[in-house]
Ligand binder design. Sequence first.
Ligand code: FAD
Length: 376
Amino acid sequence: MAAPIAKGSGMKQIRDAIVIGSGIIGSAIAFALTRAGIRRVTLVEKGPLVSGMTRRNAGLVHPFQAHPLLCDLANASYDFYNQWAISFGGKSPFVETGAAVVSNFAAPERFAMWNAHANASEIEPAALTARYPNVTDQFRAVMFSPRAGYADAVITAQALVNTAKANGLEVQTGTQAKQIVVKQRHVQGVQTTTGELEAPMVVIAAGGWSERLLAPLGISLQLRFRRGIVEFYEQPPTITHELPMLLDANSTFFFRPHPYHMSAAGRVSLESQTQGIESLDEFVSASDSTSVKQFVEACLAEFANVSTKRAHPILYDTPKDGLPALGRIANIDGLYVAVGFGTSAFAVAPAVGETLAQLLVDGSAARDVSSFSPLR
Ligand SMILES: Cc1cc2nc3c(=O)[nH]c(=O)nc-3n(C[C@H](O)[C@H](O)[C@H](O)COP(=O)(O)OP(=O)(O)OC[C@H]3O[C@@H](n4cnc5c(N)ncnc54)[C@H](O)[C@@H]3O)c2cc1C
């Protein structure tokens, strides 16, 4: 068990690795680093645990991702979530649903990629209805994977952190990382609002806030912010069968079941929003809500008469090519980033953690993540 660290003591605290940000990505990394045997790991979080965008996200786990490497990371992460009860004991937060991508057009462009990389196959629309009788068979094309589901993102991140704490993870909440300390191109540690942490390895997993830590080093990930909404409905009583996760072929809309006879659905906005992470306003427009409802009704006719019980907006960030930044910052020894996973963050987080742990411990990872190189 690591010795407790006195907050605000003014003394430098010596650590082996520091992770900045306790969203699903930072929590999964902290978990993986302690699991890989790194002894003195500190997780620094400016707010309460899991207080960023993970708190608002839909916790989707599915392989229908935008890049083959994301499909691979999602498939590996599915195994992690699905074996939760074996690894951690207790009740698993993960609910398996299967996922279908539905399209009104024959053979959408991404189906070939998902066929090759997502462990998914195209099925007849009628086959989806046979498996999930409440889902319409009125689509032209359907791709299905049973390897999908969802979990409460906050509970999952907290569970990862708590497990890591049992392995010696030190958590400093209410502590903002102010500056990455770098000398002669080597990371020295992190200056925080409560003191200085000295460590040879620092991982920035601060979501949309990450640019602020990188800017003084002359580094930009060129993050773009997009806005979306998540809506919750009461499930109509006529729904008597299990429901799958449903996605459209452009990855704009999603639907999934939710505990307590509720359902969740959402829209990922296609409009690029250039304002920063602090600019999220809580307004959910009627037209946004209507567009989500139209997708749900097109899939599940019985939802025609349900109304929204609650809704919230959500921001996500990605570098400008839409793919994440994952790996070492090439010109600074010991500085790593795991940022910009957008709507895939929860789906890929465990495998991202494992990959970063390999990079930190061995200097290389089993997966080639060079296509997500931070300064590409
Ligand atoms: C409609 C819609 C649906 C979505 N659904 C999903 C989904 O199902 N799954 C999913 O993964 N994503 C989803 N997203 C995306 C989601 O919004 C985020 O992109 C994702 O949760 C980011 O996770 P993260 O761990 O990278 O960042 P965050 O959860 O934002 O975590 C970053 C953390 O770093 C902390 N931090 C920041 N700066 C500092 C600092 N200087 N010092 C210390 N701490 C700091 C923050 O307080 C925060 O807790 C969805 C988005 C939309 C629009």
